[in-house]
Design a protein around this ligand. Sequence first.
Ligand SMILES: O=C(O)CCC(=O)C(=O)O
Length: 309
Amino acid sequence: MNKLSEDQLNSYKKDGVVFVKNAISDLWLDKLADGIEESIKHKSLTGKIISGKDNGGFSGDIDLWYKQDVFYDFFLNSPCSEYAEQVLNSQVVRHFYDQTFVKPAGCHLATPWHHDITFWPVDLKKNNICSIWITLDQVTKETSGLEFIKGSHLWDSYWKSYAPGSDALVNKSHKDLPDIDSLRSSHEFFSPEMQPGDALIFNAHIVHGSSSNLSLDKPRRAFTSRWCDDQTVFEDRIKTKPITASHNLKNGDFLSGPLFPQVRPNVIESELSLRNRGPIKLSKSKFLKDRIFKDLAGFFSFKNLINLR
Ligand SMILES: O=C(O)CCC(=O)C(=O)O
């Protein structure tokens, strides 16, 4: 068991974030690096949308495990599910999804202050989700290391969520975050210097962001895996992360099934059989249909992006 200390678990509870030195081995790091390189060359439809245009070379993708074996292997066999089990304080841990954030040297794109919970098709009150952000490169705040407002996971608000370079998932019914940078003296920030293989594990509600990559020679590659317990409830709201493969979940169901497989205390073979047969196919028509019915304006902004590429 990759055990977190009592102090680390207390930081997760109190601050909403915990730093884990050498969270994964060099072997996993090498595998992630290869996987990320491959994912940049062969972006999914959502990856193309997320990466956008004129974003200083920024590249991101989502649900990489659907088609790349290395990311499937990573969530099944890396220590991340063990970290998740401890911070979620749950015997049952499910893989929610994975995501990359790559800012090449000199990439001007910042990740705006945001919290993740409003991005996601889950009940805003019934979620126990953590993210594990792993850096593949040495980072400081200046080279786009992640920065957090300590304790902001306890703020009782739901904010508009901005992704780097895109406002496609901004739901106008949520509030604007206060201008964090002009109120720096009112908050306590956390942005550790990190080495390849170090991780930050954080709560779904914590406010975080990152600057552009000011390094002129080093890329900043990051990989996030996200994890939930068995009481997290599916709720498909407008402007939330699309689920691009077929599933049978209805609003009010617990997140489960082949797209959100249980990993701890054990895997459930019937949930893995879909992926074990080969890459999970994205359904472009389902993706576009979802967007049309859920959110007409959002559909047109996505469609324009797709057509432009
Ligand atoms: O890497 C970044 O800049 C953003 C990461 C992030 O927001 C996340 O993993 O939730």
